[in-house]
Design a protein around this ligand. Structure first.
Ligand code: PCA
Length: 325
């Protein structure tokens, strides 16, 4: 068939726009370039680029620079971007299955976090499929610890503090402790503390060190109350449109990224705690009284969780606990 002039014109335009017929995908992420999750995603992008000979490239927009964190999932869903990362338990309001990894004292070590992910993954994959999204890889943060000014001896010491929160569960936790929760995204932590918007937080040593917590806080306690995860999702239709070899390259790179990400997390958990100490933060073990008080808060949160959780979400918790016993 002889191509019509308009078809030639259209083909010429496409060629001019992408001389290598390469595809470039915008990839929004919530966390900064100093965070290992972002670095892991950069490596994922390099792996895909190498495996596809530059056929599929990613432009990573870190620290919520393209879409604010709360809009990333929706942006992937509506195909404004084909791929994105978010904090999994940020979705706890959508389904209790998402919240389990921010539920205090459910999974407190990497081993438990991994087992919890194995129980969550099939259910979460199905939930996201209903929205046209496919999970690619999930990576845990180091266990979450308590940052304050001065030592916290019992839960009562948290009473009245303006407490930085990153999801609904941390908000609930702060409220149960008598503190006043304020939602602040990780890249905004330094400013929120320096302007007095917040005065305490629970997060990883990674985020504490990246925020230079020593500039505005004096004490850190590794309460290790939960080990939450990030998730990278792709829009299923965007994925399906890729040539098969590129689809395979994405899946292979995702599998490698999940393994590498957990290793990066485990490797830096201690090093980042040391960095806090080296910069003048007092690192102290929580007292038995503090731990039991926190556990009590966790028990109350789990009661609330049970009231709202679907059968599928409850089955995750049962499967996780069965696998551990
Ligand atoms: N850092 C992120 C999520 C969990 C963590 O360790 C944050 O504080 O927002």
């Amino acid at each position: 068939m002889i191509p019509t002039p308009s078809a030639l014109f259209a083909a010429g335009l496409t060629l001019a726009a992408s001389p290598l017929a390469a595809d470039t995908w915008d990839f929004p992420t919530p966390y900064g370039d100093g965070i290992f999750h972002t670095q892991n995603i950069q490596q994922f992008a390099e792996d895909v680029s190498a495996a596809t000979d530059g056929g599929l490239e990613f432009t990573i927009h870190s620290a919520g620079s393209l879409f604010p964190h709360e809009e990333i999932k929706g942006a992937v869903r509506s195909m404004q971007v084909p791929i994105g990362e978010f904090f999994l338990s940020r979705l706890s309001n959508e389904d209790a299955a998402y919240g389990l990894d921010s539920q205090p004292f459910v999974a407190t070590s990497y081993e438990e976090a991994r087992r919890l992910w194995e129980a969550q993954e099939p259910v979460i994959t199905e939930l996201l499929a209903e929205e046209g999204l496919m999970p690619l890889f999930s990576v845990a943060w180091p266990a979450q610890g308590l940052y304050t000014n001065g030592e916290i001896e019992t839960v009562d010491d948290l009473n009245g503090l303006r407490f930085r929160a990153y999801n609904a569960q941390l908000e609930e936790f702060a409220q149960l402790a008598g503190a006043a929760p304020v939602q602040v995204e990780a890249p905004d932590i330094p400013q929120a503390f320096s302007t007095g918007q917040v005065e305490a937080m629970i997060t990883s040593p990674s985020t504490g060190a990246d925020s230079k917590a020593w500039d505005f806080l004096t004490h850190y306690s590794p309460i290790n109350a939960w080990v939450p995860k990030n998730l990278v999702v792709v829009n299923q239709r965007a994925f399906d449109r890729l040539p098969e070899d590129q689809q395979q390259a994405v899946l292979d790179a995702a599998e490698a990224a999940e393994t590498r990400g957990w290793e990066m997390s485990m490797e830096e958990a201690e090093a980042k705690t040391q960095e806090l100490a080296d910069n003048g933060i007092t690192v102290y073990e929580p007292s038995d009284e503090l731990v039991s008080g926190l556990q009590e808060l966790g028990d109350r949160m789990l009661e609330t969780w049970n009231e709202t959780a679907s059968d599928e979400a409850k089955e995750i918790l049962d499967a996780y606990r069965d696998a551990g016993s």
